[in-house]
Design a protein around this ligand. Sequence first.
Ligand SMILES: *Cc1c(COP(=O)(O)O)cnc(C)c1O
Length: 379
Amino acid sequence: MSRFPAIWPSAVSHLYATSPDHPVLYFAPSVLQATARRFITGFPGLVTFAVKANDERAVLENLAAAGMTAFDVASPDEMVKVRAVSSQAVLHYNNPVRSKREIVFARDMGVASWSVDEMGELEKIAALVPADGVEISVRLKLPVKGAAYDFGSKFGASPARCVELLARAVELGFTPSMTFHPGTQCEDPEAWTKYIGEIAGAARAANVRLARLNVGGGFPSHRAGEAPDLERIFDVIATAVDAAFGADAPALVCEPGRAMVAEAFSLCCRVKSLREDGSVFVNDGIYGGLAEAVILGSVDRIRVLDGDGRDRNGARSPRVIFGPTCDSLDRLPGEVPLPVSMEEDDFILFAGMGAYSTATNTRFNGYGAFDIVTIGSVA
Ligand SMILES: *Cc1c(COP(=O)(O)O)cnc(C)c1O
């Protein structure tokens, strides 16, 4: 038996006892389950999890335990991972570009819903998948701002194309629905309103009653400033659906990735060196758990702890943080306020790091190996 507990009371207790010299992601299942319940209680429809944000087995298990029954998957591998923890899980396959082999695999897994944004892709599915009881969810894209980056640059069809795709899906015997993704870390709820209004218009133009409307992911996580008000976004969505559809409203689905999982993990790196120019080298960077900093900026909720696990409080001054690889791109954007008293071998804890961290981590230059340590509370 290990001399260490399987579940530590906190990140600090683990840091102090083990002095880890590699990056650690601290996972708080209680936080993940509470977030899942917050979505399930507050969102006016079916809540699914976008597996690409974090496909760790422990994450999928805790979501299933919290009552999540359906998952948004983008590849055969993600389907296998979901079914390994929940054999009954409903799969929504929302990557609109698929090879024929992937379609056959997904059909045999019993995928319930498929997003499409092109006629050729719809015909490919129709040739291989019996339509009966299977949902086709036509994906709309709009030039909408409000998110950290715009998913419409890769996937989605114009409103006019959506009308044609809906009509063809009905003709083929599929259950017609629609979907969109407002862009990740979307801090402007009006983006949802705009999409929902356009979707109601496309459905009317196609003369199709939508079975369901999937309002995507994009819900923001707490990166800087105040924690986002998810309930306010849920209200905006409910109001927009009511205004756009009235009595004809489709059932709602959402598929959060980031907002579901971010807060359940914090990332701990260790200071390797304080350089003469004031910059700080740490043992994880943009090729590891901090990959998203390049696109979204750094999370500003940072604690610095000494080797005894004590917080370094007091004055902070801005410093450049470099990752461990020899690549000069491997640095966090801008300068990060860090305690003046910090020293080599200190630990830096970034809060809210569960999304797109374990999932996109690489082993570039021999770095990137990390441990996941389960903790009882994030305090
Ligand atoms: C990535 C993705 C999501 C999750 O997006 P978040 O911004 O992490 O919430 C949801 N749906 C689809 C189709 C995606 O590709």
